[in-house]
Design a protein around this ligand. Structure first.
Ligand code: ZN
Length: 79
């Protein structure tokens, strides 16, 4: 349990510059290329837990309003 090759937990600013309006939490198990994601959209405040393919650049799009939440500066290397 608890073996993840990528974990992130960060706040996402909205377009008005309010830094704590949204967040994205994501983790990718070592044996998977599917990210387990929980987010709160900084624009419409929609909250959702979902699973998405783990690709780079790794961005999450709000399923309600379409806002793209960018997660730059990933750590870790591709094999
Ligand atoms: Zn939204």
């Amino acid at each position: 349990m608890g073996q993840y090759k990528y974990v992130t937990n960060r706040t996402i600013p909205n377009k008005a510059g309010e830094e704590s309006k949204g967040f994205v939490r994501a983790r990718v198990p070592n044996d998977s290329d599917t990210a387990e994601v929980a987010y709160k959209c900084p624009e419409c405040e929609h909250q959702e837990s979902t699973k998405v393919p783990f690709t780079r650049p790794f961005n999450i799009r709000c399923s309600k309003c379409g806002t793209l939440m960018k997660l730059p500066k990933l750590k870790g290397k591709k094999k």
